[in-house]
Design a protein around this ligand. Sequence first.
Ligand SMILES: *Cc1c(COP(=O)(O)O)cnc(C)c1O
Length: 374
Amino acid sequence: MKIETLTVHAGHSLNPNENEPIVPAISLSTIFERAEDGSYKHGYVYTRASNPNRRALEQALVELEGGKAAAAFASGSAATLAVFQALAPGDHVIATEGFYGTTKLLQEVMKPWGLECSLVNTSDLAAVSGEIRPTTKLIWLETPSNPKMRVSDIAEVARLAHSAGARLVCDNTVGTPILQRCFDLGADVVMHSTTKYLCGHSDVLGGAIVSREEDAFFQKIRMIQAVAGAVPSPFDCWLLHRGIRTMSLRVRTQSENALAIAKFLATHRAVEKSLYPGLETHPGHDIAKKQMKQFGGLLSFLVRGGREQALRATQGLGLIRRASSLGGTESTIEHRASVEPPNFGTPENLLRLSAGIEHVDDLIADLDKALGKV
Ligand SMILES: *Cc1c(COP(=O)(O)O)cnc(C)c1O
């Protein structure tokens, strides 16, 4: 079935009994009764290990990405941590210079644990292959990258990873399963911060790992999920599963809005540069066109001047909200350098904008008014 159909129905056909509710119930019980013979008819024992709402969400994620197995977590960061913890001390990881949280997790948590890590601009294939070592077990790819909007070639990086005997994991948070089919392009594992486009309403924190195969590596992630216990609540799973039903409509509109905004910003006199893979001038445009259906709802731009001008541009906004995160129905804008450490490398004049589903004319009018005061 097509992705638009899957977003509505995936994970909803687990109990095809007659007269079942169409909208699933929220199963709050932490414990499940054994049969007289000691067995558990549905496999549920204790909700840290599994729960009907989590299982339905995981089934939906499997169907949406086209994988074999999925594990839902309490946040994207917890999902990311489980992947790294499924490796062994002494193993080496190559990761995209992208989302600050993943970088910090690698440097401050996994490095002391014994994981070796190289952070590179993965849109440069020579830079990726130059970092491959005999101990390289995993390449962590984030494309488009947050917030610099760099595009990496998933199929080419998959080839590099596999020729080195390493796995390719794609952080598909910004790409979304609607626009970017990572398994078709050669990825072994897909990670999501479901907080963003899958939830879509800025009211649930969540994460997920989807695996192309239900192999030993995935089993280890599943074990970490149950044993370490960074699991989402039944209500969060239910909300996420509900949010997914409208994802294809949201992401399509967000992508159209982001493209129109990026084009508007590209020619605005107060803007130095508009960073969006959908622009023909973007260095990753051809690759993005090859591996994405549309170019997504996230964009960044450099305000002419520096930090002061960038902050001033956000002050004049009346509709676009000054807030972190991305993927909600409402448009949000963030000065990333303010929330990252000074040496992280995000330009002081960069603003990241998450396009919502409002009418694009209203969004552009808001930006035009605010940029006019810079
Ligand atoms: C938000 C985000 C994460 C982290 O997810 P949380 O749900 O905030 O823990 C990871 N990767 C990307 C690209 C993100 O945008």
